[in-house]
Design a binder for this molecule. Structure first.
Ligand code: UT7
Length: 377
């Protein structure tokens, strides 16, 4: 029997701190007019010192699970697409797995920069369609404010922090993720990168002095690349599924720059009304931009059962890709009081489980010492 990967839950989490263009214009040589005219961005969110990529991802994931009515114990796979992982390892996805108490889930991070969410959705949907998994959490989460040089006007005005998550569940009913495309061109890797801090150039005093731990970008080249691939990826994913543009209800693009989205609309000869745009309020949140936009599109009444939706993104790598969805989920009931208080209980239980796991590891080390093999994971 054919299996389909349905989106049954969605959730987002953004820091409460809003950084406006006016505020930025007081710290770097820019104007709010320049930023709005060239990017469409009016404000972005910035994480507090306590908020991290994993904490935002955890909040978004728990909301998505509550919306789907799924318990964390039923989650079999957690993928976190991110460009700002908490560490090179362990994977941010493992931190999320632990904090939500997804005791039987596999978890890994996926690195494809801003296209990461489209990649992660494609991977998870395939694992569901083959029958390997029934339930998966796909998350895009970023704290880009931590890797942006706040003195570089060419980049600091663009990025913001936030997270979005989707629950994917197996179904025999047609719908959900219908098709996807993933592409890369590593010859353009230098156009957008974080030069230091990896194995090629480990962090040293010199790399810090030279600011090589900050985002480095050739904005014009990335802009040219983006305007070339957005329309092409949209057309490609539709062709794969046997649909034409006229049959698409909504296009949710990566939110990097209003002008890039408008250029894609012109090339596709599709009116901007059929695009969902919220870059004005969040800036570019990389992997989180598409899932946050999905949550807001739903809240704004722009997603209905049966709608065909194209997600399309581009980013460092270079990478680009698209996914075609058929929206199948009805309005969830996340506002039900038991679900909200349930989130607190889920967190508390996950925390307790994590503490007990750590404790049992210590007890085992004490009891078995060097012998090690206790037969337990
Ligand atoms: O997820 C992928 C992430 N990256 C992107 O999506 C970036 C894609 N690129 C872009 O969105 C655009 O290229 C930018 C918004 C980054 C820049 O817009 P642009 O229209 O391509 O400007 P530009 O780079 O051609 O620069 C024009 C001028 C330059 O001055 P000169 O050389 O003409 O004197 C820049 O120095 O604007 C200057 N400039 C600024 N001026 C005021 C650059 N940044 C700023 C700024 N405020 N924040």
């Amino acid at each position: 029997m054919a299996r389909y990967a349905h989106i049954t839950g969605w959730g987002m989490s953004v820091p409460s701190r809003v950084l406006t263009n006016d505020e930025l214009a007081r710290t770097v040589e820019t104007t709010k007019e320049w930023i709005v005219e060239r990017t469409g961005i009016r404000e972005r969110r910035v994480a507090s010192p306590q908020q991290t990529t994993a904490s935002l991802a955890t909040d978004a994931a728990l909301k998505a699970l509550a919306a789907a009515g799924l318990s964390p114990r039923q989650v079999q796979l957690v993928i976190v697409a991110t460009s700002t992982p908490e560490h090179i390892f362990p994977a941010t996805a493992c931190l999320v797995q632990d904090r939500i108490g997804a005791a039987s889930a596999g978890a890994f991070d996926l690195s494809a920069a801003c296209t990461g969410f489209v990649y992660a959705l494609s991977v998870a949907s395939q694992l569901i369609q083959t029958g390997a998994y029934q339930n998966a959490l796909v998350i895009g989460s970023e704290t880009l404010s931590r890797i942006v040089n706040w003195n570089d006007r060419a980049t600091c005005v663009l990025f913001g922090d936030g997270a979005g998550a989707l629950v994917l569940q197996s179904s025999s009913r047609p719908g959900g993720v219908l098709a996807f495309s993933m592409h890369s061109d590593g010859s353009g890797g230098d156009l957008l990168s974080l030069p230091a801090g990896g194995s090629r150039m480990p962090a040293t005093h010199e790399t810090i002095d030279q600011g090589l731990h900050f985002v480095s970008m050739n904005g014009r080249e990335v802009y040219r690349f983006a305007t070339r691939v957005m329309a092409a990826a949209t057309r490609e994913v539709l062709a794969k599924a046997g649909y034409v543009l006229g049959e698409v209800d909504l296009i949710i693009p990566h939110q990097a720059n209003q002008r890039i989205i408008e250029a894609a609309a012109r090339q596709l000869r599709v009116s901007m009304d059929r695009f969902f745009v919220n870059v004005d309020r969040y800036g570019n949140t990389s992997t989180a931009s598409i899932p946050i936009a999905i949550c807001e599109a739903f809240a704004a009444g722009r997603l209905h059962v049966g709608d065909r939706v194209v997600l399309v993104g581009f980013g460092a790598g270079l990478t680009w890709g698209a996914a075609l969805l058929q929206w199948v989920a009805h309005a969830p009931v996340p506002a039900a009081p038991w679900r909200l208080s349930g989130l607190f209980i889920v967190r508390a239980m996950a925390w307790l489980r994590s503490v007990l796991r750590r404790l049992s590891r210590r007890v085992e080390a004490f009891l078995f010492g060097e012998r090690g093999d206790t037969g337990r994971p």
